[in-house]
Design a binder for this molecule. Structure first.
Ligand code: C5P
Length: 216
């Protein structure tokens, strides 16, 4: 079994916070696969924005996505902030549904994950990227709980967006991610489903860490 922990689930469920905490506790590398899709989306938004561009192998091959000290780089530029904008978030599901993009990024994610013990979070880690991961977790939480967390992260009332808007955007993105034909958001048959409604981040990370240590 590969020393890979796959953390999948819908948006706003807390995958990245839990994965970071877990990576620190275990001394493993953390790879945010959503950031790879966001980086390609940013590059596409800066290009001519033609959908055909996303099937252009030469264009995709020209994108250099790298992770260093917790930051995400696109062709040498630190894009850690730029990939989190509303515009990128609104378009990322369109970009991530393209087969050429998925093939490229799946290859990149496997390359990084194969180098060292790694925790990857995303939508298809347990089903497609690392189906042989030694621990697969599928995090869930009610949609209102998730949207509330995201809205709070954005600054709540100060964000200039209503809670209802954030909830609706989240619904749209999850629907797109779960209904696409390629590698949809889905629980792997052998994943441990963990409902985080009643747990905080520390408790979720501690539960997964205990299970990981039991299996090591
Ligand atoms: O995790 P995050 O919300 O940053 O992911 C952004 C988007 O990237 C998701 O909505 C989804 O469209 C795509 N994604 C994916 N497969 C993954 C991770 C993310 O399709 N493994």
């Amino acid at each position: 079994m590969k020393q890979i922990i796959a953390i999948d689930g819908p948006s706003g469920v807390g995958k990245s916070s839990v994965s970071k905490q877990l990576a620190k506790a275990l001394g493993w590398t953390y790879l945010d696969t959503g950031a790879t899709y966001r980086a390609v989306t940013l590059a596409w938004l800066r290009s001519d924005r033609k959908v055909e561009r996303l099937a252009d192998g030469a264009w995709l091959a020209g994108l250099d996505i790298d992770f260093r000290e917790g930051a995400v780089y696109l062709n040498g530029e630190d894009v850690s902030q730029a990939i989190r904008t509303e515009e990128v978030t609104a378009q990322v599901s369109l970009v991530s549904a393209q087969s050429g993009v998925r093939a490229d990024l799946t290859r990149l994610q496997r390359k990084i994950g194969n180098l060292r013990p790694c925790i990857l979070d995303g939508r298809d880690i347990g089903t497609v990227v690392f189906p042989d991961a030694f621990l697969k977790v599928f995090l869930t939480a009610g949609e209102a709980v998730r949207a509330r967390r995201r809205w709070t992260q954005l600054g709540g009332e100060r964000s200039g967006r209503s809670f209802e808007q954030v909830l609706e955007d989240q619904r749209v993105r999850d629907r797109k991610d779960a209904s696409r034909s390629l590698a949809p958001l889905k629980k792997a048959d052998d994943a441990w489903e963990l409902d985080t409604d009643t747990y905080d981040q520390d408790q979720v990370a501690a539960l997964i860490e205990r299970e990981a240590r039991r299996r090591l």
